[in-house]
Design a binder for this molecule. Structure first.
Ligand SMILES: C[S@@+](CC[C@H](N)C(=O)[O-])C[C@H]1O[C@@H](n2cnc3c(N)ncnc32)[C@H](O)[C@@H]1O
Length: 285
């Protein structure tokens, strides 16, 4: 592996060692509504593959493990940051094994897993190819690799382009908030945790330096790794929060409206692609 590959791993260990103790309390993906969405996705995948053995890559403090332990009997979690692994709750109905290891070089028993997961993880890598190969080798034929909460290149590209223009029109606060979130997260992490900007950006290499994931490139990498079919999903469109939190509507109306906007935007893909912040996929071996 190249020096840069290893530098990115070291940056991840530095950043996540600092974040570990508060991670599950501060990260928005641990909110109840998102837990329910991911739990439903895992339940479906586990039943489609009749899963008994699950490998969670970049498992962190156990976001996927906490949900998956109710759907499969055996879970292997892999992460390079000891402090994150120390937070994992290994109690409950499943057997849980944890390994402090780089996922790109992790020697999983070939063909021994039904499901592989990577949640909010792949964009932390310098190169996703070795980790996609780990996933492909670890899975049995027909097994599935579910990755989620990764940045959509086309969204990040559009938001970053806005900031570099000298703007005469005032943007809506939906847009200015997004510019701040996309372009200045490193400053925020420096202020809050004292993490140097360069270290933080290296730790999110696939987002902050490579600029997010392009569906076509990820598909090519997955097919070369040995997967036969890949399905992508795009989600969380710009402005969705304002529809979901609209104080003038009832909860039911807000959800109906949010789904209506989403269904129209999904229909007009790929023209609407840059409006979606996140990308996820399910790849079948
Ligand atoms: C954003 S966290 C996500 C953790 C967890 N999947 C979740 O959804 O909460 C990214 C995790 O990837 C780990 N990581 C980064 N690079 C890695 C690598 N090359 N191999 C294994 N783990 C890595 C970090 O230590 C960190 O725990």
């Amino acid at each position: 592996m190249s020096d840069k590959y290893n530098d990115v791993i070291q940056a991840n260990i530095k950043v996540h060692s600092k974040l570990a103790s508060l991670y599950a309390k501060t990260e928005p993906h641990f909110k109840t509504e998102n837990l329910a969405i991911v739990d439903a996705a895992l339940k479906l995948l586990a039943s489609e593959t009749n899963a008994k053995h699950l490998l969670d890559l970049g498992c962190g403090t156990g976001f996927i493990i906490n949900l998956a332990k109710h759907h499969v009997g055996h879970i292997v979690g892999v992460d390079v940051t000891r402090a994150m692994l120390d937070q994992v709750d290994t109690s409950g109905p499943a057997t849980i094994e944890l390994h402090e290891h780089d996922t790109g070089t992790f020697p999983a028993e070939p063909g021994s897993f039904d499901l592989v997961t990577a949640y909010s993880f792949l964009h932390h890598l310098y190169d996703i190819a070795p980790t996609c190969s780990t996933a492909a080798k670890a899975l049995r034929k027909g097994g599935k690799f579910y990755a989620d909460l990764d940045p959509n290149f086309y969204f990040w590209e559009s938001v970053k382009a806005l900031e570099s223009h000298s703007v005469e029109v005032a943007y809506d606060s939906i847009v200015t908030r997004e510019i701040a979130a996309v372009a200045h997260k490193d400053d925020q992490m420096n202020e809050e945790y004292g993490i140097p900007n360069a270290v933080f950006n290296d730790a999110e290499y696939g987002k902050d330096i490579a600029g997010g994931f392009k569906e076509a490139e990820v598909r090519k990498t997955l097919l070369s790794a040995g997967f036969t079919d890949v399905k992508f999903k795009y989600y969380w469109y710009l402005g969705q929060a304002s529809v979901v939190n609209d104080p003038t509507k009832s909860r039911e109306e807000r959800l109906v409206n949010a789904e209506l906007v989403d269904s129209v935007l999904q229909k007009v893909m790929p023209l609407s692609r840059a409006l979606y912040k996140y990308i996820g996929f399910v790849a079948t071996k």
